[in-house]
Write a protein that binds this ligand. Structure first.
Ligand SMILES: O=C(O)C(=O)C[C@H](O)[C@H](O)COP(=O)(O)O
Length: 300
């Protein structure tokens, strides 16, 4: 038995989200893979441990972030410290409930999360499922991406399952061609990919969700579930193929973390043995609750 049911890896940041009073901003903590880990911790049974792997600094905000993750019940043993750097920050701007982000993260400690190959191997050996995103890869220097790919391939050979959300953020990448090449590379190392159709269409030119599925299966992914913001969800690959069409829709208060929470709902259901269609419904139901509130992490 591996100690961790899921180990998520990536960057957690200080989050500023607007409040009804325009002069007041709410300060929280979030980051795409942390959001998924946070919801997973709430959805999985007590005995199934969820861990988070990142790097933080030594200052007050870093300490508070680490305490926040621990207080959520997430295992923090794989959070390393960089005495020379600090955690990043992002703010959510809302236009009719649709979110856009402003980042201050270019020198964050998390950019070094793959600096130590031995630490990656030791952490990955403890986890049954490894969860990462395109943002996890985007923030790394080229050598970090290579170390991460090697460690994931080794873990996969050792029996770990790799789950990847491409979470395409062109602004975080040096250029679009590198983004597409690296996303395709990490997709090829993954057992399950959870892309969002609008982003995939914009960056890869996919004509419909079946094209997204075909492209990622061609890249070497095991299975693909294409999120679609309330439109029918298509899935294909090793777990079977189909479309879930009759999903309820809602107007978001804040769409932040819709995708991250869908992933948590999907994974929690799949880890309890649910088939893809039931897992998709569980993911969608959680995302609907999350977009009814401001900020990425909302009480459920
Ligand atoms: O952009 C980043 O680096 C972040 O991690 C900030 C956000 O918390 C997530 O990106 C939300 O993700 P969505 O589910 O796509 O709304």
């Amino acid at each position: 038995m591996r100690r961790l049911t899921v180990l998520a890896l990536g960057e957690a940041m200080v989050e500023l989200s607007a409040s009804p009073d325009p002069a007041l901003w709410h300060l929280g903590f979030a980051g795409d893979t942390l959001n998924t880990a946070w919801y997973l911790r709430r959805l999985l049974p007590e005995g199934q441990a969820v861990g988070y792997l990142t790097r933080v600094g030594t200052g007050g905000f870093s300490t508070r972030l680490r305490d926040f993750i621990a207080a959520a019940g997430i295992v923090t043993d794989h959070i390393a410290t960089d005495p020379a750097r600090e955690v990043g920050l992002y703010a959510i701007d809302l236009t009719d409930g649709e979110r856009s982000f402003t980042y201050w993260r270019s020198a964050s400690a998390a950019r070094g999360l793959a600096d130590d190959a031995g630490a990656l191997d030791r952490a990955f050996a403890e986890a049954a499922t490894l969860y990462l995103s395109g943002i996890t890869v985007a923030i790394l220097p080229p050598a970090g991406r290579d170390r991460l790919a090697v460690a994931l391939a080794r873990a996969s050979e050792g029996g770990a399952r790799v789950v990847f959300d491409p979470n395409l953020r062109p602004r975080l990448w040096e250029d679009a061609a590198t983004m597409r090449a690296q996303i395709t590379r990490f997709a090829g190392l993954s057992d399950l990919i959870l892309p969002s159709f609008d982003d995939e269409a914009a960056q890869f030119g996919d004509e419909g969700p079946p094209a997204t599925i075909a492209r990622y299966l061609d890249a070497g992914a095991g299975a693909v579930v294409v999120k679609a913001a309330g439109a029918p969800v298509h899935y294909g690959g090793a777990d079977g193929a189909g479309v879930v069409a009759d999903l309820p829709r809602a107007t978001p208060v804040d769409s932040t973390a819709a995708g991250d929470s869908f992933n948590a709902g999907y994974l929690a259901a799949a880890l309890q043995g649910q088939p893809p269609e039931a897992a998709i419904r569980a993911g969608h139901a959680l995302a609907l609750r999350v977009i009814a509130h401001r900020g990425a992490l909302v009480p459920i």
